[in-house]
Write a protein that binds this ligand. Structure first.
Ligand code: GLU
Length: 427
């Protein structure tokens, strides 16, 4: 089956979409009006323009953002994205989602996000290093281990985090350099990272898949997944799901799509992608048209790429029973309504992908206490924390007779509201 490219939904602003979700939950729970006013806009929006020396000796000017949405529950926390479409509106939405995500997970963190408008696939390693160091320098004291703690996101990984940490550490007095390691999470193990951080988002998502299947009384061996995105989140989710005994029947990324109804062998697919830089041409499956990925017969759909991928047109065709949002904001507001009308459950991004920031919190704790936990400890604590958030989400959704996304917001918003109530709003 093949389809012409699907029509994108009309999206005015990603921030508006995020705020619509927030307002819906605020209405459902009767959120304190003052708290609603405060959360409707980020606290700080830092925009920096900075030059980077390119391989050919030219200087190019880049624009970077760090948007700090809220810190009533703890230091600002959230990733740094390198992608061509990064702009202030996108980073604002992603920052707000971090506030709701950390609050839902019960972490002592607020929400922030950063990014640089650039195409990392066109930049050499040296250029990426200079870009990252120069951006960190430009952010200056806007980040810090007790103030605002970046992490990886789309287009960045442990290497970028280590460059950020090193640049920041070199800007503080010598006596504070060890403490400064906690300025970013998602670092390499050698430089103060945590066991289990790299796979954490996919791992958290799979713990939720397991819990969801148990509630429905479906054996994992009977579950088929279709995964969009084969980056950090999509790859680990696919790998762990297949190790748990589920079948990953289709994978789609920006290079194309492949399927195998008997289940794709994820480690071989990874090797194929590492070698050929694309999904198609994989001998362990058949190439399908990217658009027909959305009609694949599978119980679980995992959009784990970027925002607004699940459009109305695609939502009408999806055959899954449940969508686990591995990416942030993968479902358009229009598609969200269609899924709801069709009775397809959505495990919302702020819950489904919260494993990453939960293990970031563990990394931050380990750095502060000069500890290093083994993988089994990290996974066990992650599982507990993510399942607790799932239970509270289900409870809130049933109390308010609403969907799981709204339920998840209600849990986070209650925590934020309580903190504001007890502290009072200054002055
Ligand atoms: N970028 C990830 C997210 O969107 C992780 C953030 C973090 O660990 O701070 O949740």
């Amino acid at each position: 089956m093949s389809h012409p490219a699907s029509a994108p939904d009309e999206i005015e602003s990603l921030y508006k979409s995020a705020m619509t979700q927030f307002q819906r939950a605020a209405d459902a729970m009767g959120l304190d009006p003052a708290v609603r006013t405060i959360l409707a806009q980020p606290k700080n929006e830092v925009v920096v323009n900075f030059p980077v020396r390119m391989e050919d000796g030219r200087y190019e000017l880049f624009r970077g953002y760090r948007i700090q949405h809220n810190n009533i529950l703890g230091p600002y926390k959230g990733g740094i994205r390198y992608a061509p479409q990064v702009d202030q509106d996108e980073v604002k939405a992603l920052a707000a989602w971090m506030t709701f995500k950390t609050a839902l997970a019960g972490l002592p963190f607020g929400g922030a996000k950063g990014g640089i408008t650039c195409n990392p696939s066109k930049l050499s390693d040296e250029e990426q290093m200079r870009l990252t160091r120069r951006f960190t320098h430009a952010l200056g004291s806007n980040i810090g281990p007790e103030h605002d703690i970046p992490a990886p996101d789309v287009g960045t990984n442990a290497r970028h985090m280590v460059w950020m940490m090193d640049t920041y550490a070199n800007s503080v007095p010598v006596g504070e350099r060890n403490r400064a390691r906690a300025v970013v999470t998602g670092k390499s193990l050698a430089c103060g990272g945590s066991e289990g951080r790299e796979k954490a988002t996919g791992q958290g998502l799979c713990y939720l898949v397991e819990a969801w299947a148990e509630r429905k009384g479906i054996a994992l061996s009977k579950l088929r997944l279709a995964v969009q995105g084969f980056g950090n989140v999509g790859y680990h989710a696919a790998l762990i799901a297949s190790e748990m005994g589920a079948r990953v029947v289709a994978v789609h990324d920006h290079t194309g799509a492949v399927m195998n109804s008997a289940g794709l062998d994820i480690p071989s697919l990874r090797r194929h992608v590492d070698q050929s830089r694309k999904l198609v041409g994989f001998s362990g499956g058949e190439t399908i048209s990217p658009e027909s990925f959305w009609d694949v017969d599978a119980e679980i759909l995992v959009p784990a790429a970027i925002e607004n991928q699940l459009t109305s047109d695609r939502a009408r065709r999806v055959r899954a029973r449940v969508v686990f949002e591995g990416a942030n904001g993968p479902t358009t507001p229009q598609a969200d309504r269609i899924l709801q009308d069709r009775g397809i459950e959505v495990i919302p991004d702020i819950l489904a992908n919260s494993g990453g920031v939960i293990v970031s919190f563990f990394e931050w704790l380990q750095n502060k206490n000069c500890e290093s936990w083994d993988l089994e400890t990290v996974d066990r604590k992650l599982r507990r924390q993510v399942l607790k958030a799932f239970e509270s989400t289900i409870d809130a959704a049933s109390t308010h007779k609403t969907d799981l996304r709204t339920g998840a917001y209600v849990v986070g918003l209650r925590r934020l509201e309580r903190a504001y109530k007890e502290r009072g709003i200054f002055p």
